[in-house]
Design a protein around this ligand. Structure first.
Ligand code: B12
Ligand code: SF4
Ligand code: SF4
Length: 379
């Protein structure tokens, strides 16, 4: 088999099916990464979303016996929202991060990888292949870095010279011994803009994150958001882009290559009060296709409440009162009570006292008491 010719053919085909960048690396273990992952775990800096088996995370041969190489792919996504609706008093809007714009990227990249697999298997029928995007055991970034897709930035992202860091990553493990590409030189230099821009100091050092402080992580959790972070979340409903928008390399990068990734501005910058009134079915119909919906509507509604508190939006009061009084979800009841305190209308004291009388969940009681204290101080 002429590996070089096959590789060139695959590169040509990848462009045909809408893969913006492709790179190749060996299936050698990621030994340095393993040490790094152990350290992150020891420090408690991981999010809990990562594959827990560190051997599987760093050794592709455990995922595909006989693996000799890994193909890394990158697809560029848009960074500019055209005709973005402006939020205003009474009609405030929240923000979904860019990686939740358009059709869920897992579906888009899986489509490309499935096509690539079929193409390879047609030429090399006895090849073995295994593809993954985000939810697989491997570190998509470590694979991409070693396959020369981009360098690993101080904001932790893989940054490509062609598209900046606004790229999704995926990979295919295979038993075909492709010729490995050369990793790229680091191009961050002395810049530290992303570290300075991070609202919660989650970037504890260059290329090192404490995921539990990261707003992107916090917006994806299901429990109460710790008080320390609530005001820093601002109007983000899902994810956070501050360490990417602050990156000078990303300036001018807005790639509208893939139709499926085109954002619907009404979803990417969704109106907040209507979000709180959605039934499960309505939520699925409106938001079900975006990646930010993966944990369901509860975390996003909690975040929408925090965003309304950020705006001190008086028009949200009737909806929030309904939630405090009637919602069956403790996190929603409690966060809504907190938001009433933040909005600062002292007339809400009676509602809160009444709610406190009936409330049985200790965590919710704490939130109500906190809000009462805030309003009493204004009175
Ligand atoms: C868990 C996870 C998260 C967690 C933790 C993020 C993190 N930085 O670790 C949370 C929820 C916070 C998160 C947030 C985001 N995520 Co995320 N996430 C993942 C996931 C599932 C695993 C990442 C992981 O294992 N991290 C552990 C760290 C330690 O390893 P790593 O980052 O994978 O690998 C690098 C480091 O180990 C570093 N390294 C290794 N050794 C050493 C040694 C030294 C000294 C140093 C400095 C560094 C270093 O080099 C590796 C390559 O860059 C991956 C998908 C996947 N399966 O890989 C997506 C992934 C990383 N996420 C992605 C995205 C888009 C995001 C967000 C931008 C989404 C958003 N807008 O809100 C943010 C960005 C936050 C940030 N600054 O990283 C993309 C990144 C694309 C890109 N261009 O880099 C991925 C690859 C998903 C995908 N398939 O496209 N994410
Ligand atoms: S995504 Fe936001 S919170 Fe997380 S590291 Fe980047 S800037 Fe900080
Ligand atoms: S902001 Fe500066 S330091 Fe951070 S990733 Fe971009 S170039 Fe690197």
């Amino acid at each position: 088999m002429d590996i070089y010719a096959l590789q060139q053919d695959i590169i040509r085909y990848s462009k045909e099916i809408g893969i913006d960048k492709i790179g190749f690396t060996t299936a050698d273990p990621f030994s340095e990464l393993k040490a790094r992952l152990v350290r992150q775990q020891e420090l408690g800096y991981n999010s809990g979303f990562e594959e827990p088996d560190l051997d599987k995370r760093t050794d592709a041969t455990l995922l595909l016996p006989g693996a000799t190489s890994i193909i890394s792919i990158a697809l560029a996504y848009p960074s500019k929202l055209e005709d973005a609706p402006k939020g205003k008093k009474g009609e405030r809007r929240g923000l979904f991060c860019r990686s939740s714009w358009g059709l869920d990227y897992h579906r888009v990249l899986k489509d490309r990888l499935t096509k690539l697999e079929a193409y390879i298997l047609e030429i090399v029928p006895n090849a073995t292949v295994q593809s993954m995007v985000d939810t697989g055991a491997l570190s998509d970034r470590a694979v991409a870095e070693r396959a020369g897709i981009g360098w690993s930035g101080k904001n932790c992202a893989i940054i490509t010279p062609e598209f900046g860091s606004y790229v999704y990553l995926g990979e295919m493990i295979t038993n075909i011994p492709f010729i490995p590409d050369t990793p790229m030189e680091d191009q961050c230099g002395t810049c530290t803009k992303c570290l300075d821009a991070c609202p919660t100091d989650a970037l504890v050092g260059p290329g090192q994150i404490d995921a539990k402080r990261c707003i992107s992580f916090l917006t994806q959790t299901k429990d109460f958001i710790p008080m320390e972070f609530r005001k820093k979340i601002g109007n983000r409903i899902y994810g956070c882009d501050s360490c990417q928008t602050s990156c000078p390399v990303n300036k001018g990068h807005n790639h509208q290559i893939h139709k499926e990734m085109e954002p619907d501005a009404e979803i990417a910058k969704a109106e907040l009060i209507p979000m709180l009134q959605l039934s499960n079915r309505e939520f699925k119909a409106k938001f079900g296709h975006v990646s930010g919906a993966w944990r369901g509507k509860n975390p996003l509604q909690r975040n929408a409440i925090i965003a309304l508190a950020h705006f001190k939006e008086e028009a949200a009061i009737p909806t929030l009162v309904e939630l405090v009084k009637k919602d069956t979800r403790p996190v929603i009841r409690g966060t809504a009570a907190w938001a009433l305190g933040e909005i600062g209308n002292v007339d809400m004291l009676s509602v809160l006292y009444e709610a406190l009388e009936k409330e049985e969940e200790q965590e919710v009681r704490n939130e109500i008491e906190y809000a009462i204290d805030v309003l009493k101080n204004i009175e």
